[in-house]
Every structure is written in C-alpha cells, then in structure tokens.
Design a protein around this ligand. Structure first.
Ligand SMILES: Nc1ncnc2c1ncn2[C@@H]1O[C@H](COP(=O)(O)OP(=O)(O)OP(=O)(O)O)[C@@H](O)[C@H]1O
Ligand SMILES: [Mg+2]
Length: 179
C-alpha cells in the first residue's frame, strides 16, 4: 500500500468519537477565524472518504450570509467553482461525489474567491500537501498570492507527515486547520 492509500485508510478508520472530537475543535477554529469572518466568497468542498465533515461548516457560512462555492472538475484538470446555496440541486459525478449541475448554477472566477478551503490527503509542517493526484488544486491555486486568495487546508491530525516530498508545481498552503 502506498502512503496516499495508507493515510486515506487511517482517516476512514478514525472512530466516531475521535472524528467528532476533532471536528468540534476544527469548527471552533473556523468560527473564530478573523479572515474568514471578513470574507465574502468562500470555496469549500463536499466531504467523502472520511474527510473532515464540511456540512456543518457550509451551514455556518450560509448562516453568516457568505457566498459558498463548490469545485467541479472540468477539462484539462481544471476546477470550476459553482455557487452553492441551500436550494442548489446536486448531481452525482463519475466518482459518486455530489456536485452542482454545471448548467443550472453560476460560476465565479478563482480570483474573486477570498478563501479556498482545500481538501488534502496528507500535509506536513511546512504546509505542503498531497492531494488525490490530479493536480487540480495545484493548478487552481498556482497564483493565489497575486490573486489575494487565502487557501486553508482542512485535515485530521492523523494526516500529518514529517515531510512531504514536494515537486516544483506543488503549492504550499499558508494555513491548515487540523485537530
Ligand atoms: N500548475 C500546474 N500546471 C501544470 N500541471 C500541473 C500543475 N500542477 C500540477 N500539475 C500536474 O498535475 C499532476 C498531478 O499533480 P500532483 O501529483 O501534485 O497532484 P495532487 O497535488 O495530489 O493533486 P490535487 O492538487 O488535485 O490535490 C502532475 O503530473 C503535475 O505535473
Ligand atoms: Mg500536488
């Protein structure tokens, strides 16, 4: 089993208690996050495979009248960010993950986003991440500093590695919220 698979399995095998304890801490950090409070357009993702449950975060963002966007993979390993409100219809993509239907929802360009919650499989102290291997987030965030976007990784502590072997295209996250 490779590292990516091993960490995904550890993440899936967290007990319900471990999961909910960690998530309470993560949700608290989010509710007191200064940049997040000041943000308007926020991209997040719908969890799968044992990822930190983002549904309570999304509910919180809606309550705070933030505009929420979800990523949809399109051609050439790119991400389109589509508006997500409580009445947006979701459809299953080819991986079985729910996403907004492209035709029915409005998209936003990456530079209009203030914060991009970023999924990850593994991360290290420096903020380097290993994703699912598509390079989607490395591409989407390639110019994040110039575009004044704040990417924030979301993870459980069991996803942390001492050091990730980073490649030239890998984006180093300025912040990762984990517990
Ligand atoms: N900015 C970029 N421009 C062109 N190709 C890229 C870019 N970023 C990544 N890639 C390509 O994408 C492929 C996958 O990248 P990588 O293995 O880092 O995925 P990942 O970080 O796990 O995925 P993700 O970003 O979707 O979470 C690599 O072959 C890499 O060359
Ligand atoms: Mg990468």
């Amino acid at each position: 089993m490779n590292i990516r698979q091993a960490i995904r399995q550890k993440r899936r095998e967290l007990s319900p208690q471990q999961r909910s304890d960690a998530q309470q801490i993560i949700y608290q950090k989010i509710e007191t996050h200064l940049a997040l409070n000041q943000a308007k357009n926020i991209a997040i993702f719908l969890s799968f495979d044992g990822e930190v449950d983002t549904k309570p975060i999304i509910e919180y963002l809606w309550q705070q009248n933030k505009s929420v966007y979800l990523p949809v993979p399109i051609a050439e390993q790119q991400l389109l960010f589509l508006n997500y409100s409580p009445n947006t219809p979701l459809i299953k993509n080819k991986f079985g993950i729910l996403e907004p239907a492209i035709n029915e929802t409005s998209s936003i360009t990456i530079e209009q986003l203030d914060i991009v919650f970023t999924p990850l499989v593994a991360f290290d102290e420096r903020g380097y991440r290993m994703g699912m291997g598509g390079g989607y987030y490395d591409r989407a965030l390639a110019n994040y500093q110039k575009q004044q976007i704040l990417p924030i990784g979301l993870a459980f502590a069991c996803q942390k590695l001492a050091k990730i072997d980073n490649q030239p295209w890998d984006i180093k996250l300025p912040e990762i919220i984990y517990a």
